[in-house]
Design a protein around this ligand. Structure first.
Ligand code: SF4
Length: 191
């Protein structure tokens, strides 16, 4: 909290606070997070838990869909959807304002309402691989190519090949919570 206060004091803008809501872990703090967007000009963003790495075990008990979060927050505050035209920095978040509040609330729904068709993300993993999608195991080994002194043209070709591997959408079957396992942890894949 001191770090956030300092960022505000220095004049960072916008200040975004990302949180992953997890049942039985921090769902009792959802309203406290929302309160931050009442008192401060922050964008508080709730991201759905994804079945990645160690998160897989017990995922269906831990997962909270955005609809539940909206229900919970709406029980105390009046949420108004804003911005049909979003800021570029909002990314895939759906943005709301709490009536009378200074900040904004964002919801990012990678599981219940995926936004894969507009996804432009590639991630460089901590071991030098280009990962085309958080929820797919496809990775292109850039480190190996660079260690073998590949040319810029060859590197460009590899990156293009990676982009072509991007899926149209992830294939989580979230309605039945029958989930495909994604083995690597977020900290390894740059999520
Ligand atoms: S394509 Fe992959 S990384 Fe992009 S939004 Fe879909 S699941 Fe996430």
């Amino acid at each position: 909290m001191r770090g956030i206060a300092r960022a505000e004091e220095i004049g960072f803008s916008p200040i975004k606070i990302n949180t992953v809501a997890i049942k039985g872990f921090n769902d009792d703090e959802v309203l406290d997070f929302a309160q931050l967007a009442v008192n401060k000009p922050f964008q508080v963003r709730f991201i759905e838990l994804m079945p990645v790495g160690q998160v897989n075990s017990g995922y269906s008990e831990d997962y909270m869909p955005t609809t539940q979060l909206i229900q919970k927050i709406s029980g105390r505050y009046e949420l108004e959807k804003i911005k049909d035209k979003k800021n570029k920095s909002d990314g895939p978040a759906k943005i709301f304002k709490i009536k009378g509040g200074r900040g904004e609330i964002g919801f990012i729904n990678p599981v219940s309402d995926h936004f894969c068709s507009t996804c432009n993300r590639l991630r460089l993993t901590s071991d030098g691989k280009l990962r085309v999608c958080l929820l797919k195991e496809d990775e292109i080994d850039l480190k190996k190519a660079l260690r073998e002194n590949c040319s810029d043209t060859e590197l460009k070709k590899l990156i293009r090949e990676a982009i072509l591997l991007k899926p149209k959408q992830h294939d989580l079957v979230c309605t039945e919570m029958h989930l495909k396992k994604c083995y690597r942890n977020m900290s390894e894949i740059g999520g």
